[in-house]
Design a protein around this ligand. Structure first.
Ligand SMILES: Cc1ncc(COP(=O)(O)O)c(C=O)c1O
Ligand SMILES: N[C@@H](CCCC[NH3+])C(=O)O
Length: 467
């Protein structure tokens, strides 16, 4: 196999769609610490070691693809939010990654949990998260979900529409419950992130508009309901956000809304929930703020707006998901084929196919999300080659990593580890091409334990009850 004419082996070439910013790494064996679970190293044999266990051993024990979650890393990030945002309520967003074990970790670290469906509620409760520590989200909660939440004593329901308010009141009346609610509002903030994960601009499905007046109407409506106990306002501007400006605007607009509510009712709202959205590093060029910096900025912004509107400081909440579980997770794949595709002008591109793809990580296909990767089973002194890491699905867009430098001796059987895979990978996994979903394995002190077992083809076959 020759790599003589591989474009991008010298530098990333924009004419091939290679990003200009992607620098040729000086040492492909070095691990950029901001991308990997804390404490990840290469051992003397060149194997990547996460939480004290070599990924080669993980692959041997659990097969590939597999998601590995470093328990200590998850817990340390949870604790960082708890400690940096002292006095705030932290709701870990279970949509990012939820298993019973993960719910228990969140609980043990003093966090609450944000859930969006019956399934998430059931897993959270089964993991020992007390119902009163759950915040129930969703723009189309079913009667069944609402009744279940009320019966279990879910701590708060974040209402998203007038239909839901009416549905919730009916369920409260029928079951003799009172529901503590927050009203999810759209602040009109254009969060600097992918369109599909920005959630506060006007023209999308979540929340009730501040600008259009529905948010205030909904707050007053909940306040005057004998079945609802209005806690306050909820705003979530989007996800994978690196700067605080969008939050600043959201805080100003929600505080203004709280002040308008006070004018309308004479009552000050007790709580403001600012949602999640804190970005993480997927590639070297990403530089997220430290949790403590975000907390300090938020405190200052809230204080400023409270002063401006003459409001007392409400109880504050946030809902980080990705920032807690994302960096804790690594996806492990095995290389199955390496193909050199000839391009125009005598150039070529290296396609490295792994044994997973868009069924276990839909994010690159859905959001053009970027990832990085490293060979996990060995060191290599071969020169860096710009590669495209692709999956095994029947889809040209089944690209896991569009551009990444890997050593030119990458070969069949090598293990590829993709950091930042703890969030929204397994939780958004699907069975495209009837591929079973990979397991999620917790790693701690050199030992792994399966949190979610690998789906089997039998599981999939059993669903097919046709003749
Ligand atoms: C209401 C709500 N809260 C919290 C989150 C968690 O977001 P992230 O994982 O970006 O922190 C989301 C997802 O975007 C969400 O929709
Ligand atoms: N699923 C999105 C983010 C969260 C959307 C939920 N509101 C992602 O993978 O980045």
């Amino acid at each position: 196999m020759t790599h003589m004419h591989i474009a991008g082996s010298i530098h990333a070439d924009a004419t091939q769609g290679g990003p200009q910013w992607l620098e040729v790494p000086a040492d492909l064996n070095a691990l950029d610490t901001k991308l990997w679970p804390r404490g990840t190293v290469r051992d003397d044999d060149g194997r990547i070691v996460v939480a004290g266990i070599a990924l080669t051993d993980v692959a041997q024990e659990h097969g590939t693809p597999t998601y590995v979650i470093d328990e200590a890393d998850f817990r340390s990030r949870a604790a960082e939010f708890r400690d940096s945002f002292a006095g705030w309520s932290i709701f870990y967003a279970g949509k990012a990654l939820l298993t019973k074990t993960v719910a228990r970790w969140a609980f043990e670290e003093g966090l609450n949990l944000d859930v969006t469906t019956m399934g998430e509620m059931r897993i959270a409760l089964a993991g020992g998260m007390p119902a009163e520590r759950l915040g129930f989200h969703g723009n189309n909660k079913s009667d069944e979900e609402i009744e279940f939440a009320l019966e279990q004593g879910v701590g708060r329901i974040i209402v998203d529409s007038f239909d839901e308010i009416a549905r919730l009141e009916r369920a409260c009346e029928a079951g003799g419950h009172t529901a503590r609610v927050l009203v999810r509002v759209t602040t009109g903030v254009e969060a600097h992130t992918h369109e599909y994960i920005a959630t506060a601009h006007e023209d999308q499905k979540f929340g009730l508009s501040i600008m259009g007046g529905q948010a205030l109407t909904a707050l007053v409506r909940c306040h005057s309901s004998r079945f609802l106990d209005l806690a306050g306002i909820h705003s979530h501007i989007g996800s994978q956000i690196f700067e605080t400006h969008g939050f600043e605007v959201a805080i100003r607009r929600t505080m203004r809304l709280a002040s308008q509510f006070r004018t309308a009712t004479g009552v000050e709202l007790a709580e403001l929930d600012l949602g999640g959205g804190f970005g993480i590093a997927y590639v070297g060029a990403d530089s997220p703020l430290a949790t403590a910096e975000i907390a300090a900025a938020f405190e200052e912004m809230v204080e400023h707006e409270c002063r401006g509107f003459g409001l007392s400081r409400p109880h504050l909440s946030i809902e980080p998901g990705r920032a807690i579980c994302g960096p804790a997770g690594v996806a492990l794949y095995r290389v199955g084929t390496v193909k050199i595709v000839e391009l125009e002008g005598g150039r070529s591109r290296v396609y490295v196919s792994v044994d997973g793809g868009m069924s276990d990580n839909i994010r690159p296909a859905l959001y053009a999300a970027e990832y990085s990767a490293a060979i996990a089973n060995r060191n290599s002194s071969a020169r860096p080659v710009l590669c495209r890491v692709v999956g095994k699905h029947c889809e040209g867009g089944d690209i896991l990593i569009r551009d990444v430098f890997l050593p030119s001796d990458i070969a069949i059987g090598d293990l590829i580890a993709v950091p930042g895979s703890g969030a929204y990978a397994r939780s958004m996994a699907n069975n495209y091409n009837q591929i079973p979903k990979p397991p999620v394995v917790a790693a701690k002190d050199g030992v792994t334990s399966v949190m979610l077992r690998r789906e089997t083809l039998d599981d999939i076959m059993r669903l097919d009850v046709g003749k």
